[in-house]
Each structure stands twice: as structure tokens, then as C-alpha cells.
Design a protein around this ligand. Structure first.
Ligand SMILES: Nc1ncnc2c1ncn2[C@@H]1O[C@H](COS(=O)(=O)NC(=O)[C@@H](N)CS)[C@@H](O)[C@H]1O
Ligand SMILES: [Zn+2]
Length: 407
């Protein structure tokens, strides 16, 4: 699938510091040490109810990773999927009387438009599951050849007992796993399974459901294996970052890592598992199932997308937080102040701003800290400190390249 147009990235003098990120599997911040081309897989949307602020918060986090790696001198190979066939999508299509393919296409186009407006750098590979079903089936075949699968009434399951590393990503207890698995699309109680945590790799065709041919009969892929297959085919095992919101830690990223490990024999599947915090509204996680959604496209009708971006940047990417309209008002004020300061004939030392913003972003993406650095510079510039005539241009370039905000 087509991704979206890439925004320009201002060039900056010098280079950024090695990026440090919190790795869920390690339970601590560690230094990413990518090759000259860093490799990142970020789970894409299930295309309905796009693009809500929760989605945007997560994709912005990995946009900051992308920008920090580029500033540190790396190229970035960025892969993202779209789960354009899956139970919740089919249910929504049924509910709204829209053909599921049309719903997916419309929502993916809205997502592209929102991402471009927020100046999120596009992935190099933007792949819909329906484009790669045969490839996914081939991966399931590899898992079958390794003896890691079995069938229940025609559906193909991954046997959790076949994965020596299961649990290494989340570190959750079995009780937590069982609860989250049931909540997030799993079927722990299905009769005929060997273990409650065994998960679906291939769902045999049901009447009225889309299906594709496969060596195990007509049907469609399970959720986790689609991402494993696309990450392996585009990036290869041992890629640098597997990204998503914290609700993907388990079962999605845990089970995907087990599939990748058993299929390739290599560990880790991803060197770091990086997760963005949940955005809430009225005390509840913003989610499709709850319907408490604030949409980027609606906000864009009345607000500068850069103010929306700054609202998100004001929170640390790992912090869960609550969306309130006054935050957007505050961000609009910040954007106006930054733009006024960047339009002045000079300001306080610009090189210091670049160095401090680089240091903040390399420290597990401390965007709030970076915003404070620019706030301080803008405040002093607007108060009449115009010592460095080159500062406004350098600050503008810094804010663009590292924070993605166009002044
Ligand atoms: N309220 C929220 N706050 C932060 N991130 C969220 C929120 N809701 C969803 N996300 C993140 O947005 C991304 C897309 O979510 S999604 O549309 O439900 N799609 C999926 O999770 C799958 N298609 C991944 S393969 C995921 O990384 C998810 O963790
Ligand atoms: Zn995924």
C-alpha cells in the first residue's frame, strides 16, 4: 500500500547522541545500537475509528525515535502494517452496513491524511495484511514444520509449550496473561486447546467471512502472526525496535516474539520492545470499544495540526495521560510564542538550544524536557535577548528536525 508524503527534515550542524530507550523486555532504559540503517517495526492501525488521539500519541512516539536516529547519523528502515482484516473490523463493517474492504480503505486514507498533517515521517513499507496472506500462511507452515502448531476444528494454533522464551517480553504472571488474553481477542477457554494461552495462527473459513486459500485450507490469518511475518520479511530477525502502545505488550508482542523465535531460531526477535502510554478520556482509556474517542481529523478542522502535535509532545511518550481541551489551548499559546520568537532578528545562543534538545531527546525521548528548553529560549528572546542573530533559524531547524514541529 501507498504510505503518505514525507515532510522535509531541516538539516542540523553536528550529530545527535546515541538514542536511549526504555525496553519493556529489559525493564529499563538502554542504549539502542543500530547498524548504519536502523530497523523499526511499528504496529499499524486496525482501520476503523481512525485516527484518534490515542493512535496519534503512539505514532508520534515512534516518529521521535525515527527523527532522533536520523539526527544521530542513521538511515531508518521503518515498516508498519495495517490490520485490514480482523474480527473487530468485520464486526464494525457488519454493524454499519459497510463493505469491510471499503471501510478499511476509507479509514486508512483518513489515517494517512492525519499522519501527514501531524508531520509524522511515513514508513518505508506500509503493508496491509490482505496484501501478504500467502506470505503469512508460509510462516505458519514454517511453524508447523517445527512442530509448534496443532489444529482445533480446522483452526491452526501455536502451542505455547513450543516457545522457550514465552514471557520474556512482558514478564507478566500467568494469571495476568490469562486475563489480558481474554480481554484482547484471545480464547483461553476454548475446548480442545492444549493450553489456555495457545493462540490462533489461522482461522478456518466461516460462512460470510472473507477467506484465502492456504496449505491448511481456506481461512484468514490470526492477528499476531501477521506482524511477525511482515517484520521478518521487511526487516529480518533482531531488528532494533518493535513499537506500539502498552496494550500491545501482551498478548500481541509477546506472542509475536515467540513466533519469530521459533520460526527463525534467533533471539531476540526485536532488540527492544518500546511501548507508548495510553491516552484516556473521562477517566477511561480512549478506545474504540468504549467509543470515547477524540479524532485528529475533527480537531484539525479548528486547530493548527502543530498545536495538536505540541499537545502530545507535552507528555512523556510512556506516560499514560488524560486528554482535555485546555491542553490544546495551552499548546496553541506555546506554538504562537515559539513562532513569534523564531521571527525575531536574534535570540539567546542557538547552539545551546540544539545541544540541550539533543540531550533531552536522546534520554528516552524526554520531549517535555525539550519543550522546556525551547520555552526558555523563546521567553528570553521575546524579552529582548537577541545576542545570537543565527539563533532563530537554528532553533526553527532544531524544532523541526527533532520534534517535527513546523514554526
Ligand atoms: N488510547 C490509546 N492510547 C495510546 N495508544 C493507543 C490507544 N489506543 C490504541 N493505541 C495504539 O494505537 C495503535 C493502533 O491500535 S489499533 O488501531 O487498535 N490497532 C492495533 O492495535 C493492531 N492493528 C496492531 S497490529 C497500537 O499501537 C495501539 O497500542
Ligand atoms: Zn502488530
Amino acid at each position: 500500500m501507498r504510505s503518505w508524503p514525507a515532510p522535509e527534515i531541516s538539516s542540523l550542524p553536528g550529530a545527535g547522541l546515541p538514542l536511549r530507550l526504555y525496553d519493556t523486555a529489559a525493564g529499563e532504559v538502554g542504549e539502542t545500537s543500530p547498524d548504519p540503517t536502523a530497523r523499526m517495526y511499528v504496529c499499524g492501525i486496525t482501520p476503523y475509528d481512525a485516527t484518534h488521539i490515542g493512535h496519534a500519541n503512539t505514532y508520534l512516539a515512534f516518529d521521535l525515535v525515527n527523527r532522533a536516529w536520523r539526527d544521530a547519523g542513521h538511515r531508518v528502515h521503518y515498516t508498519q502494517n495495517a490490520t485490514d482484516v480482523d474480527d473487530p473490523l468485520l464486526e464494525r463493517a457488519e454493524l454499519t452496513g459497510v463493505d469491510w474492504r471499503v471501510l478499511a480503505e476509507d479509514q486508512i486514507e483518513l489515517f494517512r491524511t492525519d499522519m501527514a498533517a501531524l508531520r509524522v515521517l511515513p514508513p518505508d513499507d506500509y503493508i496491509g495484511v490482505t496484501e501478504v496472506v500467502a506470505q503469512v500462511a508460509a510462516l505458519i507452515g514454517r511453524l508447523k514444520d517445527k512442530g509448534a502448531t496443532y489444529e482445533v476444528d480446522g483452526d491452526v494454533y501455536f502451542a505455547v509449550a513450543a516457545s522457550p522464551k514465552f514471557g520474556a517480553v512482558s514478564g507478566y504472571s500467568e494469571a495476568t496473561m490469562l486475563a489480558l488474553f481474554a480481554e484482547r481477542g484471545g480464547d483461553p477457554g476454548r475446548p480442545g486447546k492444549r493450553h489456555p494461552l495457545d493462540w490462533l495462527l489461522w482461522r478456518a473459513e466461516r460462512p460470510g467471512e472473507p477467506s484465502w486459500p492456504s496449505p491448511f485450507g481456506p481461512g484468514r490469518p490470526g492477528w499476531h502472526v501477521e506482524c511477525t511475518s511482515i517484520a521478518l520479511s521487511c526487516l529480518g530477525a533482531g531488528f532494533d525496535v518493535s513499537g506500539g502502545g502498552t496494550d500491545l505488550i501482551f498478548p500481541h508482542h509477546e506472542m509475536g516474539a515467540s513466533e519469530g523465535h521459533v520460526a527463525t531460531g534467533e533471539w531476540p526477535f526485536a532488540k527492544a520492545y518500546v511501548h507508548a502510554g495510553m491516552v484516556a478520556l473521562d477517566g477511561e482509556k480512549m478506545s474504540k470499544s468504549r467509543g470515547n474517542l477524540v479524532f485528529v481529523s475533527r480537531l484539525r478542522a479548528a486547530h493548527d495540526p502543530m498545536a495538536i502535535r505540541l499537545t502530545l509532545l507535552a507528555h512523556h511518550y510512556r506516560a499514560g495521560w488524560e486528554w482535555t481541551g485546555d491542553q490544546l489551548t495551552a499548546a496553541t499559546g506555546r506554538l504562537d510564542r515559539w513562532r513569534a520568537a523564531a521571527a525575531l532578528p536574534g535570540g539567546p545562543d542557538g547552539a545551546a538550544v540544539l545541544a540541550l534538545v539533543r540531550e533531552r531527546m536522546a534520554a528516552d525521548l524526554d520531549a517535555p524536557g525539550a519543550l522546556a528548553v525551547v520555552d526558555d529560549w523563546a521567553g528570553r528572546a521575546l524579552a529582548g535577548d537577541h545576542a545570537d542573530p543565527g539563533a532563530p533559524a537554528l532553533v526553527r531547524a532544531t524544532v523541526d528536525a527533532l520534534l517535527g514541529v513546523a514554526l
